[in-house]
Design a protein around this ligand. Structure first.
Ligand SMILES: NC(=O)c1ccc[n+]([C@@H]2O[C@H](COP(=O)([O-])OP(=O)(O)OC[C@H]3O[C@@H](n4cnc5c(N)ncnc54)[C@H](O)[C@@H]3O)[C@@H](O)[C@H]2O)c1
Length: 322
């Protein structure tokens, strides 16, 4: 199978690429190494795959239509896994226009390129943030009235609608996967679990926003499992939650991190921030039934793997400074 992964040098995309190579796929990655975090971290993400004979890296922008035409001439892609985006709720509040440009114009340009080159199947990396502060828990894919409360969430909601439109108009079959807060090795440095674990390890203060918040946290290997199962079952237009199916409060999360690191957290409590939803919790009924998706990594196992990754990465960085 020939696969194009946009955003494939990022956190989730690089894990997907590694996994698809082990499944025998030819993997093309399109990424512009956006400066939302360091190019070095993204190069480390893809370091191993780069040497694989079935791995092809295209450095470019999903908004660049002529470049996309060039990339789509390189391989007869059976499926596109579209993960390139500007992620993160808080940064989107500062730069809503840039988020709309990358996440929406980028998605539209990609869909046009698929249409023009005859590629028919797409996985779209959507987000639990599309639900906003929805009152009905657990969150179901077909719940009425979504309430995205940040520019980022809005781009994901509209991205799903674009996929639906290209399905109706041009027959491009799309599966939108709503990921619930993803964590694990290679996580983006702006994300809470990364920042909390680093703060606890280094005995720095960490800031908790909002007292009563809780989240469904999903280990990255489970997200990869969801994507790789979904890519063989793309049929028409559909939406699935990909989460852990459970939730935990921020305070309980910190306690688990203290157990994993054997260190005490030094917490500063601050009020809620605009754009952050209070609760997320994925209903997995549909993804279990239709995709045979089954998350397998407990939060404590996943946090341990993430803490080990941070420790070994920091040890390597210290060695290279000597
Ligand atoms: N991490 C999460 O918790 C989470 C949750 C829900 C949804 N998602 C979605 O999953 C996808 C991957 O997220 P991630 O956490 O791996 O983020 P990431 O930032 O690590 O990966 C995104 C990649 O896209 C690339 N990119 C950005 N703009 C681009 C452009 N214009 N052209 C080409 N490449 C571009 C970046 O360089 C980066 O490598 C995103 O679409 C994100 O919205 C992530």
């Amino acid at each position: 199978m020939n696969v194009l992964i946009t955003g494939g040098a990022g956190f989730i995309g690089s894990h997907v690429a590694d996994h698809l190579l082990t499944m025998g796929c030819r993997v093309h990655v399109l990424d512009n190494f956006h400066t939302n975090y360091s190019r070095e971290q993204k190069l480390r993400n893809i370091h191993q795959s780069l040497g694989h004979p079935a791995y092809f890296l295209h450095e470019g922008d999903i908004r660049d239509a002529p470049y996309l035409t060039h990339v789509f001439r390189q391989g007869q892609f059976d499926v596109v896994i579209h993960l390139a985006a500007l992620p993160g709720v808080q940064a989107s509040l500062q730069r809503p226009d840039v988020y709309a440009d990358v996440n929406l114009n980028g998605t539209r340009t990609l869909l046009n390129a698929m249409h023009q080159s005859g590629v028919r199947k797409l996985i779209f990396g959507s987000s639990s943030s599309v639900y906003g502060d929805h009152p009905a828990m657990p969150l179901q894919e077909d719940c009425q009235h979504l309430f995205p409360i940040s520019p980022y969430a809005l781009t994901k909601y509209k991205g799903e609608q674009l996929c639906r439109h290209y399905h109706q108009q041009y027959g491009i079959e799309s599966t939108c996967l709503r990921f619930f807060t993803v964590y694990g090795p290679r996580q983006r440095p702006d994300m809470a679990i990364y920042q909390f674990l680093e703060a606890i390890r280094q005995q720095h203060q960490l800031t908790l926003y909002g007292k009563g918040t809780s989240r469904d946290y999903t280990f990255v290997a489970d997200i990869v499992q969801g994507i790789s199962k979904a890519m063989f079952r793309i049929d028409g237009f559909s939406i699935y939650n990909i989460g852990s199916g459970s939730y935990i409060s921020l305070r309980q999360l910190i306690t688990l991190m203290e157990d994993v690191t054997n260190q005490k957290a030094r917490i500063i409590q601050r009020p809620d921030r605009p754009g952050d939803v209070a609760h997320t919790w994925a209903d997995l009924t549909r993804s279990k039934q239709k995709l045979a998706y089954q998350p397998t990594t407990s939060l404590s196992e996943g946090l341990q793997q993430m803490a080990d990754w941070l420790a070994s990465r920091n040890a390597q960085a210290a060695l290279s400074r000597c």
